[in-house]
Write a protein that binds this ligand. Structure first.
Ligand SMILES: *[C@@H]1O[C@H](CO)[C@@H](O)[C@H](O)[C@H]1NC(C)=O
Ligand SMILES: *[C@@H]1O[C@H](CO)[C@@H](O)[C@H](O)[C@H]1NC(C)=O
Ligand SMILES: *[C@@H]1O[C@H](CO)[C@@H](O)[C@H](O)[C@H]1NC(C)=O
Length: 484
């Protein structure tokens, strides 16, 4: 029943238990979450639900283009790397209205046992999903299918592989996600996306089918493309290119680096928690539905400043572990990587859980049940050129971040209401202590605001795609050759 926690959720009296018991209880909680997540995954297969918040439950409908005038319009989405599944899931969410016209090309590892449940995160999609096995790649290269829109999800991570595929994908428009504005081959990336790279220059040893066969052939569909290409190539029909980033600061920085317009588009898969803390009763919320904080992502000091957090926690350890605050405090680290890289001091071990390589759904479920995510970004590049993976996790799990003014200036899709604000001169631990001492209503404020920001972002992404597809639809009649 809504508004209450299912009976199987444990209510351990953390405050009174010895440390060993706390650890065991945490493990039990995690395994429960794992079980729940799996049953959730199963309902997706039966079509009962996909673990995403339904459009109507969110109180919104995604904007969509009416493509009935161009039934032959085709969209391809390419993500050949075995990560960025959370980016892909958000994109597929806003592409739902066009699923029947969309082919998705995925890493061959997507469904393997060591993909951390990536398949669960996207398998609800009604698109035509294909794994990029060697033979599939050859088949794609042979078929030379024409697309109106091709979306490259990980362009700066698989530029050479993208190039091999795109050479055989005549297309009118290419949206290329660029994750890092400091990528050092941006000009080449633009040429690959446009299809204006010359045969001789593109010396990639590459995947199957590169050799010999119809290298320059394109089933160009005529017309409207605006050539932004260099002149020494002889392109058949250059594709129009849109550079896409995940955040405003990256778009600005990429525009400077590339000398071209760059947009930003952040679509977030609206994960529906097994037990939604927004619906918990006040008495169930603090310490039961919500407990502790989380840091997520690969265990790498290049990405997150763990030592800064450890030293803060050590300094305030007495306050954090005493009384009512102590009952609510914990730190969960979710991700993968070498544990030693975390440099976790032994004194903090009783208060920190490592949740390694959880399946995506359990990952978001576990994070949903923490008060806040601590981004602890390592270095200023995440505020100028790069995207912190914590941002998308926050939106998907519905768990606000601890963030300061500089953060909000870069990631300006959030405002002060969406986060637990770290004021000038405060450190993360000060905010953590404040949150742990807050009443339920205060705790829930940013959570509620974050969900409406997620809706707004998805609507904006949906509107962006709708406008683009409307344009492609209008100009497709007459030039449309149909898929081959
Ligand atoms: C580009 O960056 C990669 C790794 O980030 C590096 O190995 C390579 O040498 C760089 N290339 C240039 C031309 O700077
Ligand atoms: C990590 O934080 C510490 C202390 O706040 C700081 O001295 C150090 O420069 C930071 N390191 C990085 C990589 O941001
Ligand atoms: C944040 O944005 C929301 C929605 O646009 C607005 O209602 C709210 O007042 C803003 N909060 C702050 C602190 O600017």
């Amino acid at each position: 029943m809504p508004g209450s926690i299912p009976p199987q959720a444990p209510h351990p009296p953390f405050g009174q238990t010895p440390l060993l018991w706390r650890l065991l209880l945490t493990l039990a909680l995690v395994s429960l979450l794992l079980d729940n997540a799996w049953s959730l995954g199963d309902t997706a297969a039966s079509g009962a639900g996909d673990g995403a918040e339904a459009g109507s439950a969110g109180g919104t409908r995604l904007p969509s283009a009416d493509l009935s005038a161009c039934p032959g319009l085709r969209i391809a989405v390419i993500n050949g790397v075995a990560y960025h599944y959370e980016v892909l899931a958000g994109l597929l969410h806003v592409l739902r209205p066009y699923a029947k016209q969309t082919d998705v090309f995925l890493s061959p590892y997507t469904r393997s046992a060591n993909a951390d449940g990536a398949w669960d995160l996207i398998r609800w999609s009604k698109t035509n999903m294909r794994l990029l096995t060697r033979s599939a790649v050859s088949e794609i290269q042979r078929s030379n299918t024409h697309y109106d829109l091709v979306i490259l999800v990980s362009t700066d991570y698989e530029l050479d592989a993208n190039e091999d595929l795109l050479r055989h994908m005549p297309r009118r428009m290419t949206m290329a996600y660029v994750h890092n504005a400091d990528f050092n081959r941006t000009q080449r990336l633009i040429e690959v996306a446009a299809g204006t790279i010359s045969g001789g220059f593109a010396a990639t040893d590459g995947t199957a089918g590169g050799g010999g066969r119809s290298k320059r052939k394109r089933g160009g569909s005529g017309g409207d493309s605006t050539s932004a290409s260099s002149s020494q190539t002889k392109p058949a029909t250059p594709s129009e290119v849109r550079l896409i980033t995940l955040a405003p600061h990256i778009a600005r920085s990429l525009e400077v680096a590339s000398g071209r317009k760059a947009d930003w588009l952040l679509a977030a898969y609206p994960y529906r928690p097994r037990t939604n803390c927004m619906e918990a009763t006040e008495v169930d919320l603090l310490g039961h539905c919500l407990r502790g904080f989380s840091m997520q992502g690969k265990f790498s000091s290049q990405r997150r400043n763990y030592s800064s957090i450890w030293s803060q926690l050590l300094e305030k350890q007495a306050e954090l572990t005493d009384g009512n605050v102590g009952r609510l405090f914990h730190m969960s680290l979710l991700g993968k990587g070498v544990e030693e890289r975390l440099g976790l001091p032994p004194e903090l071990q009783p208060h920190v859980s490592l949740l390694r390589r959880l399946k995506y759904r359990s990952y978001y479920e576990a994070i949903h049940h923490t008060f806040a995510l601590i981004p602890a970004m390592a270095g200023p590049r995440y505020l100028t050129d790069k995207f912190s993976s914590t941002i998308l996790t926050s939106l998907i799990a519905g768990t606000p971040m601890v963030a300061d003014a500089r953060f909000l200036e870069a990631y300006s899709m959030f405002n002060a209401s969406d986060v637990y604000l770290q004021a000038e001169g405060e450190r993360e631990v000060d905010v953590m202590l404040r949150v742990l001492r807050s009443e339920a209503a205060t705790v829930l404020g940013p959570r509620r605001a974050l969900l409406s920001t997620r809706r707004r972002l998805n609507e904006a992404a949906g509107a962006y795609l709708a406008e683009l597809l409307r344009g492609l639809c209008e100009t497709s009649s007459g030039t449309q050759e149909g898929s081959s």
